[in-house]
Each structure stands twice: as C-alpha cells, then as structure tokens.
Design a protein around this ligand. Structure first.
Ligand SMILES: *Cc1c(COP(=O)(O)O)cnc(C)c1O
Length: 408
C-alpha cells in the first residue's frame, strides 16, 4: 500500500458522493457533458483569497499568476478578487485583456519575449518585467516607434533561493532576470531613457511549505530591493516580491501557516528604509490561490487484475494530469490526493492502482492506493487539480484531446 496525499479542506459528501461547490460529482459531469472534466470551485477560491488578505499586511497587493490556470471563466472570477495579474506570454496577455482585466495591473515576465509581444504589451500599457539588457533595448526601441511611454521593471536573479522550494528559479546561473550586479546600470538607463520606472521583480522559488524559509526569503528580497534602490538613487516605485507559497500534495505535507508569514511581513513593513517607504508591494501566486479549488473527474472504463494487483482504468490520464502522474518536475513518484468520487463516504476496502487510458506505463494517477471497492462507471476524483493541470499537460498526446472544464 502506498499512501495518498491529503484531500484539501472544503470537500464533503452529499448522499455518499463527493460534492464540489455544493454539487455532486456525477451531476457536474452530466451538466458539463461528460468526463474527463476539471471542476473549479468559486467558493474555494474566494475563501482562499479572503483568508490570505486577512493574514497579510494591508498594503501588500495580491497578484494572480495566470500560468497556473488560464481558464477564461476563472480569470473573470479572479478579476474581482485580486489586485493584479502576472502573465508570461502574448497569449496570456490576450486572455487577460479579453476578460476585461485592467492592463495597468498586469505585469509580463518571462525570458524570450518576441518583438510582437513587447509591442502588444507596451501598446496595452502592461508593465514589462525585463529579463535582460537586450530585451530592454528592444522594448525602448519599440516604444519609441510607437510613441508610447513603456512601463518597465527589472526582474532580478537573486543570489539566494527559496529553501525547500519545489522548482528553483533563483540563485546561480539562470535564464531568468538580471544578475544583481547588472541591475543598477540598467535601471539608470531605463530611467534616463524616459520610460516609466516600475521597479523590481524578485522571484526566488515556488511550491514551498516551509514558513520559516518563506519569511527568510521575503526578508532577503526586501534587503536586496532596498540596496538596489539606494544604489540606483531613485525611490523604488514597486516591488513584486514573487510568491512561492505551496500547497500540500503528498502524504505528510503540512499546509503553510499564513498567520506567521503575515506577521513577519507586517513587522518588516514597519521598518522599511527611506527608499521603500512609499513602495507598492505585491506578491504573485498561482498554485496557492487556485490549486486546491480544482478537482479532476475521470470515469472508470475497466477494472482488471494482473499478477494479483487491481487496476482501475479511467478515461483520463497524464495528458490532463501530468503532475499527478509524477512526470512534471518530480524525482520520486508519490500519490496525489485521490478518491472514488461516487463512493466518497465509503471506507477503504482494497488496494488498487488508478491508471489512465494512454498506452504508456507513465500514465498512473494512483499507485497501489487503499480505496473503496470501485467498478466500471464510477467516477475518480484527483484533487489539487486547479493549478498546472489542464494547461500544463500534453493533451494532444495519443490523439486524446483536452478535458472539459467548468467553474461552479
Ligand atoms: C510560475 C510563476 C509564478 C507562480 O508560481 P506558483 O507556484 O504557481 O505560485 C509566479 N511568478 C513567476 C515569475 C513564475 O514563473
């Protein structure tokens, strides 16, 4: 037997069946037109944002990192909940603008921005988080040609990284941002060129469940930003402090205590250097805001036995749930939280593996898990499916195509 990850708070049974946003899984699948299906819960997202605002200092803006989940109805929902959006491509820019999201709260990071994307962003009034000197020069030239004043910030590659972070994106040689010793000359160049200086973006890691590490990293980010602002000789208008707040996926993972992180940040905000007294601060979060609000529903097509092991074969798989299958940035495969949705109130009765319909041994949603006895027609729920699911999985693999998605 291999343990399953912890089912997030806020999910319960109605008449024995998993309910999402107060509706039974089978009714949701029927309404959406079948399975595989991603269901995202408004209620869950709202509660998450509210709790975060309560814990964090009031002056800290909360931004949503669109790459976690770009589903249009979810973006519209987020529009009313968060203070800004972080995007990483021209495609994401089109998505946010199409939802009526105010461009002045949008920032665009990511290496390898094309000229067309820079132009689109500058014309819309989006802030560019510049990843290199060459990108800065291209942006300035494009703005000149357009007769526009670009809003420019610099992404910094910090010398530290978020300890215990799932995906390391700072520290050492990186394709992201400018090394710290190159930031001040470029900031001065941007300001001298007449651009609107929008300050710094410092992202040091992702998926951390270590509150002490997050507090330490936020302290390092504030120290670094203060030093760079002082050396630039201009008050820092804006600081995007990154995010990196993780969610529990695996057995033994503990949820973050937002209270202690918020208190530490409040204390830091009370002793800011002169260069940052008026700075606007933001954090950018994807997974933490929407990850636990999503459930992936897939139907059991076959139940079979091989060498004494039971396999539940579903109509979904890694083509929608690459991360849950263990093939998206993990070294050792461990089980995500998963349940038989149509027998949610039943106790475990057997050991079974849940696999997808792809003809590859990689396609496994749960390995030797303890589950209620399930049969053909039952629905399987994979939790923590709200972030890096639908849009971060190879849905064209084996000609399967995308899953359905609904926001309830
Ligand atoms: C991916 C990414 C995020 C979001 O990370 P989460 O782990 O989903 O919160 C935020 N900022 C940047 C720069 C990113 O690349």
């Amino acid at each position: 037997m291999k343990p399953l990850g912890p089912i997030p708070a806020g999910y319960s049974a109605i008449e024995g069946e998993l309910a999402i946003g107060g509706r039974q899984a089978s009714a949701l699948a029927e309404e959406a037109g079948g399975t595989p299906l991603f269901v995202y819960s408004r209620q869950h997202i709202r509660r998450r944002v509210e709790e975060l605002r309560t814990a964090m200092p009031e002056r800290l803006a909360i931004h949503y990192a669109v790459k976690a989940n770009p589903f249009a109805p979810l973006l519209r929902e987020m529009r009313g909940l968060v203070d800004g959006f972080d995007i990483a491509s021209g495609g994401e820019l089109e998505l946010v603008l199409a939802q009526g999201i105010d461009a002045s709260g949008v920032s665009f990071a990511g290496p390898g921005k094309r000229d067309g994307e820079l132009e689109q962003a500058i014309a819309a009034g989006v802030t560019l988080n510049l990843e290199s000197e060459a990108e800065a020069e291209r942006a300035l030239a494009i703005a000149d040609r357009l007769g526009a004043t670009p809003r420019l910030a610099i992404r910094v590659n910090p010398d530290f990284e978020l300890r215990g972070s799932g995906m390391k994106m700072g520290g050492g040689a990186k394709p992201f941002g400018l090394d710290t010793d190159r930031v001040v000359p470029l900031a001065q160049r941007i300001i001298a060129a007449g651009a609107q200086w929008r300050g710094l973006h410092i992202f040091a890691g992702s998926q951390s469940l270590d509150a002490d590490a997050i507090i330490e990293t936020q302290g390092n980010i504030l120290d670094l930003a203060g030093r760079l602002a002082e050396e630039t000789g201009v008050k820092l208008p804006h600081l995007n402090m990154g995010g990196g707040f993780g969610i529990p996926y695996f057995n033994g993972d503990q949820a973050l205590d937002m209270g202690v992180i918020g208190e530490a940040l409040k204390a830091r905000f009370e002793s800011l250097p002169a260069s940052m007294v008026q700075t606007e601060f933001a954090i950018e979060l994807g997974r933490y805001l929407v990850g636990e609000a999503g459930v992936y529903l897939t139907r059991i097509l076959d139940r079979k036995e091989s060498h004494g092991q039971i396999f539940l074969v579903t109509d979904g798989g890694l083509h929608h749930q690459l991360a849950a299958s263990g093939n998206f940035g993990t070294v050792v495969r461990r089980n995500y939280p998963l349940a038989i949705a149509t027998r949610f109130a039943d106790p475990p009765a057997e050991e079974a593996s849940v696999v997808g319909c792809l003809c590859t041994p990689l396609d496994r949603l749960a390995d030797q898990a303890e589950l209620p006895k399930a049969d053909i027609g039952d629905l399987v729920a994979v939790f923590c499916a709200g972030a890096y699911g639908a849009s971060a999985s190879p849905s064209a693999f084996l000609g399967q195509g995308p899953a359905l998605e609904i926001l309830v």
